[in-house]
Design a binder for this molecule. Sequence first.
Ligand code: ADP
Length: 388
Amino acid sequence: MIDVSRRFAEGDFSRRIVCTSQDEIGQLASTLNKMAQDIETKIGEVGEHNQQLGAIFSSMIEGIIVVDKSGRIASINPTIEKIFDIKRKDVEGKHFLEAVRNHEISGIIEEVLHAGSGVSSEISLVLPVQKIFQVNAVPIFDNKNISGCLVVIHDITEIRRLETVRSDFIANVSHELKTPLTSIKGFVETLLDGALDEKENSHEFLKIVYDHAERLNNLVNDLLSLSYLESKDIILKKSVFNLRQQVEEVILGFGSQLKKKNIKISDEIPHNISISADKNRIVQVLTNFIDNAIKFNREKGTIRILNEDAGAKMKILIEDSGVGIPEKDIPRIFERFYRVDKARSRELGGTGLGLSIVKHIVELHGGEVGVQSSEGLGSKFWFTLPNK
Ligand code: ADP
């Protein structure tokens, strides 16, 4: 009994005391056996619990730092290793500031350890990566004494970026709506102030009012398309159709614009190519590309519509002999409201949303968009669609 209970004391619970007597010694033996059994079960439970905690700790998207009461790192999870480009084994036991040269987080830890209450703060990191983090730090208590601090770091870079995109978008929309509205108001006021009676002026003013109303109409239509395309529950109505035929139908709709600028357009897509896509949406893509190819083309210019079979994808190209796009503008050309020359685009009736609508539609189909262009030498816009 002494031998086995010594093993119990050393943490080995694999043995049991063999004693069959019914006296006090027997009872003591069975109590010791029961105690060993219970402790073994408890240790198993604690081990399992620790494993679960470890799995949560290492799989959390949030970065976690645990420091002891002297500010030394007790543990970090893989997210922190990634954010600060450090290794757990190199930093454990080191003072936080020694391991991670971030004074803001170090200050937060000190404050928590000193005050014994939680601190929440937003910090920006420039190195090793440019990011914005929400830092939440709380004290860890051991019998009412502060024994350390738990820091949870949440990457909110994307949330902040989306907020900026949204507020820029609202500012852009308001500005775009305000310009034609101000003009409409101004010309209507002039007409009411007496210009209505001057025959030649009144007609011209009304024409301007009409043009601005048309711009408002185009803008609202494009905004509605964009918001619909961005909504999550959009369903593509796919069907198989002949590409060349569809391109020709779109070209027909531009008859008068092509004639006005004396532009030659050629549909060089073979007769036998059929694609599986949402026909109306692809018509919208072709319409926007061809509309731009005409608007930004020169008098007597040319437009070619071609295709390339790129294995798993079909590439459709719209090549024009127009003004081209400066190199610095090319990466942003598909952004909402981005225009090389704002005044010129407005003058031509553009909303600055055409290409972003195109990008959305093509990406919804699983394709990509792009452009090759040199200023003054024309542009070659392209989009791909997965082959059936
Ligand atoms: P919009 O045509 O209404 O201005 P888009 O989103 O269709 O808006 O196009 C954005 C900008 O891209 C245009 O303002 C123009 O500066 C440039 N762009 C588009 N297509 C062409 C093209 N074919 N040639 C030259 N520039 C183009």
